[in-house]
Write a protein that binds this ligand. Sequence first.
Ligand code: UDP
Ligand code: MG
Length: 175
Amino acid sequence: MNTIKKNQATLILIKPDGLKKSLTGNILTRMAETKLEIAAAKMVRVSEELAAEHYKHLKDKPFFDELIRYLRGELHDRKKVMAMVYWGEEAIKKVREMAGATNPEEADPVSIRGAYGRITTKGLYENVIHASSNEEEAKREIQLWFAPDEIIVDLYPAKTIVEKEYKRRVWDTSA
Ligand code: UDP
Ligand code: MG
């Protein structure tokens, strides 16, 4: 009997250590093994607010400030992350498995974190990528990092709003 598996979306971030170690191509190649679809991708300069919101479930941990500095690239001189939405059958589980355990020393050595992560002398897990761990978290995180039109699949309900004094930067073609 065939059980129909649900399509899911999940957020992946290549963290600043992953970028500094030139692992982008490698990570995308590993993720391709999952046969999932890339539904969105962009480079992001991470503000203090975005980092704190992303990791708000850890705000009482002693490593929280260092974790925010890590995600913002302050530990690696790379002030950006690559944010992606992967989409397809069992996406959350497949991506978490490929990522490996949170602690790189406990992660399967062939997982991304097991192969490339490390623990700093301060005790922070520099584990190369972020991956959402359940559907509720995936929804919250995807909505935090992406606007509806940046994703090529209609994942969640969206609406159109008209903003009166909306400021945005455009290309200066006269320059
Ligand atoms: N982290 C850490 N020490 C810990 C737990 C977490 O340095 O004891 C860091 C690590 O970079 C991890 C992030 O905080 O990826 C978020 O923690 P979470 O428990 O959500 O783990 P994840 O979902 O990333 O596996
Ligand atoms: Mg988590």
